[in-house]
Design a protein. Structure first.
Length: 180
């Protein structure tokens, strides 16, 4: 009986995995297309990390791991329009990615930039982790593609009200998003 239950569980797990793979290419970005940005310190900070974007049904799953933040702080976090982090203050990344010309706002609001994401909150060690489904972005080609854009961590929290930036302050980390 033990073998039969194990066999059924294994068969079910394989079937769920295959079903998940079969549906991964339904949102215009390709079958599970991925992109990654490596965050580099800006504005004299030690902030860094990695951000990955994976196409899936319903949008793009963004997973971030950020280090070197001041302990127990909150930070604005956005996709910016230009894939250029060359300036020491990351201003070369331009404004928030906004292909639909919408006002800045929180992701839960009907109107917000495609690049608006939830704030990052650092723990007592200055590390932040986040996973967010971004329904307004894609990985791959098209006007809403995150590839070739920049991801920016800001010094202050986003207030989700002030136009067009959310009053997030300086840019303390930046990474260019590249297909992976």
């Amino acid at each position: 009986m033990k073998r039969t239950l194990f066999g059924l569980a294994a068969t079910a797990a394989v079937a769920m995995t295959l079903a998940g793979c079969a549906g991964s290419g339904t949102n215009g970005g390709g079958g599970g297309a991925k992109a990654t940005a490596t965050l580099s310190p800006k504005s004299g900070t030690n902030t860094g990390g990695t951000v990955t974007f994976t196409q899936q049904a319903g949008g793009v799953m963004m997973v971030a791991s950020v280090t070197g933040l001041p302990p127990n702080t909150t930070h604005g976090f956005h996709v910016h329009e230009k894939g250029d982090c060359s300036a020491p203050d990351a201003m070369s990344a331009g404004g928030h990615f906004n292909p639909s010309s919408k006002p800045h706002g929180q992701m839960s609001m009907p109107d917000h930039h495609a690049g608006d994401m939830n704030n990052l909150t650092a723990d007592a060690n200055g590390n932040a982790r986040a996973s967010i489904l971004l329904p307004d972005l894609s990985v791959g080609s098209g006007p809403n593609s995150v590839v070739g854009r920049a991801v920016v961590v800001h010094k202050d929290p986003d207030d989700y009200k002030t136009q067009p930036t959310g009053n997030s302050g300086g840019r303390i980390a930046c990474g260019v998003v590249a297909a992976s």
